[in-house]
Design a protein around this ligand. Sequence first.
Ligand code: MG
Ligand code: ZN
Length: 220
Amino acid sequence: MKIQIVRDVLEANDQLAGDIRNVAKKEGFTLVNIMSSPGSGKTTFLERLIPELTKKGLRIAVIEGDITTTTDAERIAQMNIPVAQINTEPFGGDCHLGAEVILPALHKFDLSKLDLIFIENVGNLVCPAEFDTGANFNFVVISTTEGEDKPLKYPLMFRVCDTAIINKIDLIRYLDMDISLLEKNIKQINSDIRLVKCSAKTGENLEEAVNLIVSLVNSR
Ligand code: MG
Ligand code: ZN
């Protein structure tokens, strides 16, 4: 019985995720879901990326997911782009965003005026990977401070993502970590995944992420 309930929840989510992809197709925007553990640099990545993508002519909005607080949404709003905040605490403190919260958030925007919408998912390397948000592309941000073993310990996240952003490369020289081992472990879980190494803080190699996102938007 319990198994049946879980299946129903995931099936309902998948159906809504399909509806979201239909809305994206009809309105002509691309939805990119950014996931990671807490503190890996999702918000800083968006803060650095969005001005560059805007310069390339893309009209952008962000859906911010957190259990509580609006601090990330306030940082994004400073760039004068539309932001929708989802706080999950009033409905149980979910540690992920399901399609049922993304769909109403999308309708807060004037979708006809947008090319690209980012979802900053709740910081969590586990269950955000289980819930299809309806995104066209899924990114995982993994920072060099998290250790080389995380792709092996949290494989589903790396399996469902098409792109892994290895962030905080500016810190490598202070860390006892092997970046080639991290890359190897990511590829062991998902050999098709794209890897981009950068530092959202210093801007090092951010250009590669900018160009990738522009090409993903243009490919649709
Ligand atoms: Mg954040
Ligand atoms: Zn969760």
